[in-house]
Write a protein that binds this ligand. Structure first.
Ligand code: ATP
Ligand code: MG
Length: 463
C-alpha cells in the first residue's frame, strides 16, 4: 500500500515537479493549486501527508495548515516558503507544521523529511492499535469491554459464576446477553458439563414443552420414539433459556415447578425425573411490565432473577466502541486474508458517534462488511455502511441574528451536546473547554442534556 501525499502550490512547475519526484519514490500524489482546492481534496480522500506553499491566492498555506490541524491532528504538514519569508514559516511551526523548507527546494532534504514523518505516523497509528489490543485483555471469556458498566458486569459474572444461583440477563438485542451466559457457565464448576440452549421464541407452544421436558413414545401424534428434553440433557450443567419473556403461562408453570422442586415428568410420561440444573435466562423484554400486564408469572420471575445482570446498550458505553471495533477488525482481516491495520481517523470518529441501535451485533456486522469493502491499509469512511457514515455529514448550528453572546453560547453548547448524543466529555473536547466549565454552563443556562432525537434524558455514568 502506498502513502498518499497532497502537494499544494500555485506554481505549476513546482507542484508537478514534486509530484513527479515523489511518484518516482513510490508515493501516490495529488496536487492542488491553492488551499481551497487542498481542503476539498482532504475532505474527499485519505491523505497521509501535506506539503504546502504558504503564499497562495484564495486560501493560504497557513489557513490550510490550521484547517488540517483542526480536523486531522495527526496528518503531518510540511511548509514550503520563499527565501526570506522565515517569520511566516516560524508562525506556521507554531500552528503545528512539522517543518519548513525554503525555496529553491532541496529535494533530497524534502524526501527525507517526508519519509521520516510517514514512518513516525505509521508507528503512532500502530501504537494506538497495540494499546487497544492490550486493553482488550480486559475481558472474560470472549466478552470485551473496558467501560465502567462492563467492568461491573465482569465483576458480577466472576462473583456469581461459581455459585448455583439462577441468573437473569437483561438488555436490548445484540448487547451480548448470550456471551454472558456462556461466560457464567464456563467460569462455573459445571464447565465440563453441558450448557444447553433453548431459544424459547423460536419454538411453537406445543413443541416448546416437549423440547424442554421431553416426551414418551406415543405421547402425541408424531412422537414415534421417546425423547429426552433439554432439562434432562442439561443435568448437572446449565440451561440457557433465551427470550424467556416469550413463553406462555402453561410452560411458565411447568418451569416454575422444576425450579422449586427440581423434578418434572416427560410429556405423556408418569415417572418423575430429578435434575440438577442451573438456569441462566435472558430477555430483552421488561419483565416487570409483563408481570403487571398479567403475561408473566411473578413467582417465576423471582426464581429466575436471583441475580440480575443488566447490560446497557452500546450507545451508553461508547468507551467500548474503539476496543470492540479494533478486535473485530483484526478478526475479520484475518478471516478475509486482508492486511488491514486500522481505521482512518474519520472512520473511527464515525464509529464512535453512531448510536448503534443493533448494539454490538450491528457493530460487528458493520466491521465485517467494511473489511470486505476496504481496499487500502486502513478502513475508510466510504467503506462503512450508511448508518455510521451518516454521523460524519457536515452539521451546522444556527444562531439567530441579534442573539446576545450568552444566548449564542447556550445554543452552541446545547446543539453540540445533541450532536454528541449527550456525551459531555466529547462536547467539552469539541468546545475546547474543561468538563467542569461545561458542567457549570449547563447548570447556569439550564440546558437539558438531550439525546440525538431530543426525546429522552441521557444518563452518564459518573466518573
Ligand atoms: N462485549 C462483547 N464483546 C465481544 N463481542 C460481543 C460483545 N457483546 C456482543 N458481542 C457479539 O455481538 C453479537 C451479539 O451478541 P449476543 O448474541 O450475545 O447478543 P444478545 O444480547 O443475546 O442479542 P439478542 O437479544 O438479539 O439475542 C455476537 O456476535 C457476540 O459475539
Ligand atoms: Mg441472544
Amino acid at each position: 500500500m502506498k502513502f498518499t501525499i497532497l502537494i499544494v502550490d500555485d506554481e505549476r512547475n513546482i507542484r508537478d515537479g514534486l509530484a513527479e519526484a515523489f511518484g518516482m519514490e513510490g508515493y501516490e500524489t495529488v496536487v492542488a493549486s491553492d488551499g481551497q482546492e487542498g481542503m476539498k481534496i482532504l475532505d474527499e480522500r485519505y491523505i497521509d501527508l501535506v506539503i504546502t506553499d504558504l503564499k497562495m491566492a484564495k486560501v493560504s498555506g497557513t489557513e490550510l495548515l490550521q484547517h488540517v490541524k483542526r480536523q486531522w491532528q495527526n496528518i503531518p504538514v510540511i511548509i514550503i516558503t520563499a527565501h526570506g519569508d522565515i517569520s511566516e514559516a516560524v508562525q506556521a511551526m507554531q500552528f503545528g507544521a512539522l517543518d519548513f523548507i525554503t525555496k529553491p527546494l532541496d529535494l533530497d532534504h524534502l524526501l527525507k523529511l517526508t519519509k521520516n514523518a510517514l514512518e513516525f505516523r505509521e508507528l503512532s497509528i500502530k501504537n494506538q492499535e497495540l494499546r487497544e489490543e492490550i486493553e482488550a485483555q480486559q475481558r472474560i471469556s470472549s466478552i470485551i469491554g473496558k467501560s465502567p458498566a462492563m467492568r461491573k458486569i465482569f465483576d458480577l459474572v466472576r462473583k456469581v459464576a461459581p455459585t448455583k444461583a439462577n441468573v437473569l440477563v437483561t438488555g436490548e438485542s445484540g448487547v451480548g446477553k448470550e456471551l454472558i451466559a456462556d461466560a457464567i457457565h464456563n467460569l462455573s464448576p459445571r464447565r465440563d458439563k453441558p450448557l444447553v440452549k433453548v431459544h424459547c421464541a423460536a419454538l411453537a407452544e406445543s413443541l416448546l414443552e416437549s423440547e424442554l421436558f421431553g416426551h414418551e413414545k406415543g405421547a402425541f401424534t408424531g412422537a414415534q420414539t421417546k425423547k429426552r428434553g433439554r432439562f434432562e440433557l442439561a443435568d448437572s450443567g446449565s440451561l440457557f433459556l433465551d427470550e424467556i419473556g416469550e413463553i406462555n403461562q402453561n410452560v411458565q408453570i411447568k418451569i416454575l415447578r422444576v425450579l422449586q422442586e427440581k423434578k418434572f415428568e416427560r410429556v405423556g410420561g408418569e415417572s418423575t425425573i430429578e435434575v440438577d440444573v442451573r438456569i441462566i435466562a435472558a430477555t430483552n423484554k421488561d419483565l416487570k411490565q409483563e408481570i403487571s400486564e398479567g403475561r408473566f408469572r411473578e413467582d417465576l420471575y423471582y426464581r429466575l432473577n436471583v441475580v440480575n445482570i443488566e447490560v446497557p446498550p452500546l450507545r451508553e458505553r461508547r468507551e467500548d466502541i474503539p476496543l470492540l471495533a479494533t478486535t473485530f477488525l483484526q478478526e475479520f482481516s484475518q478471516e478475509n486474508g486482508k492486511e488491514i491495520e486500522g481505521f482512518e481517523p474519520r472512520a473511527r470518529q464515525a464509529l464512535y458517534a453512531y448510536d448503534w441501535p443493533g448494539n454490538v451485533r450491528e457493530l460487528r456486522n458493520c466491521i465485517e462488511s467494511a473489511i470486505v469493502m476496504a481496499s487500502g491499509r486502513f478502513v475508510a469512511m466510504e467503506d462503512l455502511p450508511p448508518g455510521p457514515r451518516s454521523t460524519q455529514e457536515k452539521r451546522e448550528i444556527h444562531i439567530p441574528a441579534f442573539s446576545s453572546l450568552d444566548e449564542a453560547e447556550k445554543i452552541l453548547i446545547a446543539e453540540t451536546l445533541a450532536i454528541t448524543g449527550g456525551n459531555k466529555t466529547k462536547t467539552a473536547e469539541i468546545l475546547k473547554i474543561g468538563r467542569k466549565t461545561l458542567y457549570q454552563k449547563i447548570e447556569e443556562y439550564g440546558i437539558d442534556v438531550l439525546d440525538r432525537q431530543g426525546s429522552t434524558k441521557v444518563q452518564e455514568p459518573r466518573s
